[in-house]
Write a protein that binds this ligand. Structure first.
Ligand SMILES: Cc1cn([C@H]2C[C@H](O)[C@@H](COP(=O)(O)OP(=O)(O)O[C@H]3O[C@@H](C)[C@H](O)[C@@H](O)[C@H]3O)O2)c(=O)[nH]c1=O
Length: 381
């Protein structure tokens, strides 16, 4: 018998909520015997990462997923066998009642934010009974260890990446209207929040002994980049040179094209969660900007992932990557950013080998979709 799954996504800001919910829904829809609906309250944001979405439609089928507009008041609908709320979004009251009216309660899961911190091991899977309805929610923590829910890794990702690297990169640059890299050039992608360290980084790139190309999709970092370049504004399609640095501004890409950008660049500056995971899987060195949290809570997330990621790196490389990550997240670090960049540059090949081994290690461990299916299987009545 086919099982029904409802995934709920409330877009708070940025693209991580919908980016992760969409990857998950697509993966679930690829399983045999699952009917998957994705409820999204901001189809405009969704359309930016997945341009075939029609923001005016209340229901549409895309990539095997039934996409429903999550509106208030909420449409009356039967509750699914499995209900996933992404990142603690509050389910509509009427839907909660539909869940409790079923003969057997659905498996109800709150998909949590990813962290490399060790406490995720102990929190993964914990139940939380609803205060007044006969329903129990379970907390599902993605993570980097066997005890967590794993990472959202598409099973065919490595294969698609290899095929792209063998045969697709030149076409990709052509399609984006960006010249192909010269042999001595370092190509870097930049996806960031506003960042106090950006001017120092751009100075370092402009002063690099070899050419550096920075590929930046339109987004929150653009005003700061324009200020550093000394131009009034920046639009997709513009390119500017300062010293060794060539900047290319791209339109915001589809999620699949953004993955390709991560594969095609030699170094990726990423932010939040989803681009961070997919930059790790791109097997290229990355510099991560965590989503800024009050009281500096993000610094602990950065240190936790850095500790895991740097395992097995030689001391100089670990210091360089650690320095870059800390400067990039506003945490105290020595030496200064330019010096970390120089060391990183010299050790780029070592870092790339390390990134490759790290990606292989991640791909070999438990995947989120598989673990989620197992988790549900044990609880479904
Ligand atoms: C740059 C770019 C990204 N993307 C996609 C990749 C990802 O799926 C998504 C970006 O998501 P993230 O990398 O997670 O970064 P983000 O900053 O957009 O999302 C954040 O939102 C906050 C609310 C969360 O608390 C954070 O943890 C984080 O997830 O956008 C594109 O589709 N096209 C693009 O051009």
């Amino acid at each position: 018998m086919r099982a029904t799954w409802d995934v709920f996504c409330n877009v708070i800001d940025n693209y991580g909520d919908i980016g992760i919910a969409w990857r998950l829904a697509r993966e679930l829809a690829r399983q045999p015997d699952l009917d998957v609906r994705l409820w999204v309250d901001d189809l405009e944001a969704f359309r930016r990462i997945w341009p075939s979405i029609d923001a005016d439609r209340s229901e549409q089928l895309d990539a095997g997923v039934t996409v429903r507009a999550w509106r208030t008041p909420f449409d009356d609908t039967a509750a699914a066998d499995v209900v996933i709320e992404a990142f603690g979004c509050a389910l509509p009251e009427s839907y909660l009642h539909a869940m409790s009216a079923r003969a057997s309660a659905p498996v109800w899961i709150n998909l949590e934010y990813l962290t490399a911190e060790s406490w995720a091991d102990a929190h993964h899977g914990l139940p939380s009974p609803h205060p007044s309805l006969p329903l129990t929610k379970h907390f599902f923590f993605p993570g980097y260890t066997e005890a967590t829910g794993g990472l959202l890794i598409e099973p065919d990702l490595a294969e698609r990446r290899r095929a792209f690297l063998d045969d697709g990169v030149a076409d990709f640059w052509r399609r984006l209207d960006v010249v192909s890299p010269r042999p001595d050039e370092l190509r870097v992608s930049l996806f960031a929040y506003q960042n106090a360290a950006l001017p120092a980084l751009l100075d370092a790139w402009a002063g690099d002994p070899a050419p550096v190309s920075c590929i930046v999709p339109e987004g929150r970092v653009i005003p700061q980049l324009a200020a550093w370049l000394g131009v009034a504004g920046l639009r997709a399609g513009e390119t500017h040179r300062r010293g060794a640095l060539q900047v290319y501004v791209l339109p915001f890409l589809s999620q699949d094209d953004y993955d390709r950008l991560l594969w095609a660049c030699a170094v990726n500056f990423v932010r939040g969660e989803d681009s961070c995971v997919h930059a790790q899987l791109a097997a290229r060195p990355l510099v991560w900007q965590a989503y800024p949290q009050t009281e500096g809570a993000h610094a602990q997330k950065v240190e936790a992932l850095l500790a895991r990621y740097s395992e097995g790196l030689d001391a100089a490389s670990a210091a360089a990557i650690g320095g870059l990550w800390r400067h990039w997240n506003g945490t105290p670090a020595a030496p200064e950013l330019a010096s970390c960049w120089r060391t990183f540059r010299v050790r780029h090949e070592t870092m790339t080998r390390h990134a490759d081994a790290w990606a292989a290690r991640l791909s070999g461990q438990g995947r989120l979709t598989g673990k989620l299916l197992e988790f549900v299987e044990k609880r479904i009545k």
